[in-house]
Design a protein. Structure first.
Length: 320
């Protein structure tokens, strides 16, 4: 090769390298050994909502939600020390966060880059999964896992237990993206259900939800079978009666699971939607998990009540 050609080759390669990065259909984010972004392509900037040049210098962790950053930082450090390429097909399903704070499902492929002499580097290939069914399913699973983790932590550590109980329906409705959720518990004589906590319930429905504990009502039917019940469209439901007011209020799909306390069914946790065929198998799993955690809180409450009663009786005994 002539001297002129050898002189031109590095420039040609560098230009080709730049073009390959920019024409990639995936976002490309290059980070150094400290996790700082040192190069991105235009696709990555669009994905995460940044103006040109504004991503360089940011920590990679700024592209994931705050609640995942501690774990993500550990995974990144481990990868940098034990780097091996992970192709997009077997990449990681994660949650990204845009500059405006909105979250979206992403798949990430990783590849170590040649050591520059003073530090290691890695490239992350980011694909937005929002438009795909697979992406929506992955995003939903992440959201459900976070709900169960968060509620589990509260169930076992929160001191104000009633606050945890009251929050359960709202957290469920947000995670399931449904219109309403209720926690119905049996009265002491087990004859009727009483509304303990709710989210998204109109005042006009409060009386209709407090149903009798008989198999011809939704909560009574759930407890009689002691298993989850999924209703695609209440308008076509014939297994029980007494839901006309709920249908008139626009409710269509219902998911309900029993709440058990020391092996005995004591209530029902429900989720309701105005859309037909709203709930799937994954929704049943997360509702069942939260119902179990609600039972943990209820048992803690009963334990504290027994302890308080015992202390009261002891104090009365000392007075006499």
């Amino acid at each position: 090769m002539c001297a002129a050609c050898r002189h031109e080759a590095p420039g040609i390669v560098k230009d080709l390298y730049r073009q390959l990065i920019e024409v990639s259909p995936d976002g490309i984010v290059v980070v150094d050994g400290r996790g700082r972004i040192i190069q991105v392509n235009a696709r990555a900037e669009r994905l995460f909502g940044y103006d040109e040049g504004r991503m360089v210098g940011l920590p990679l962790d700024s592209l994931v939600p705050q609640r995942f950053r501690a774990v993500h930082d550990k995974h990144r450090a481990h990868f940098m020390n034990h780097a091996n390429a992970r192709s997009m097909g077997i990449g990681m399903h994660l949650t990204g966060v845009r500059r405006d704070g909105t979250e979206f499902p992403i798949e990430v492929g990783l590849a170590p880059l040649a050591d520059t002499g003073d530090q290691s580097m890695a490239a992350a290939y980011v694909r937005d999964l929002s438009p795909t069914d697979r992406g929506q399913l992955a995003f939903k699973q992440v959201r459900y896992q976070e709900l169960v983790r968060r509620f589990s932590e509260e169930a076992f550590t929160e001191l104000h237990l009633e606050r945890v109980v009251q929050r359960a329906p709202r957290l469920l409705a947000d995670a399931l993206e449904c219109d309403a959720s209720e926690l119905l518990l049996l009265s002491r004589d087990r004859r009727e259900f009483q509304l303990r906590a709710s989210h998204g319930v109109d005042d006009g429905l409060l009386e209709a939800l407090c149903a009798a504990n008989t198999p011809d009502t939704l909560p009574g039917y759930v407890l009689a079978g002691n298993e989850p019940v999924v209703v695609d469209d209440l308008r076509a439901e014939s297994r029980w009666q007494g839901h006309a007011a709920v249908v008139e209020a626009g409710c269509r799909a219902v998911l309900a699971v029993p709440v058990q306390l020391r092996g005995q069914a004591v209530g029902v946790l429900t989720a309701r939607s105005c859309d037909v065929k709203r709930f799937a198998h994954g929704d049943v799993s997360v509702l069942t998990a939260i119902a179990y955690l609600v039972s943990v809180v209820l048992e803690r409450q009963q334990g504290e009540e027994r302890l308080a009663q015992g202390q009261k009786m002891e104090a009365l005994g000392q007075l006499t």
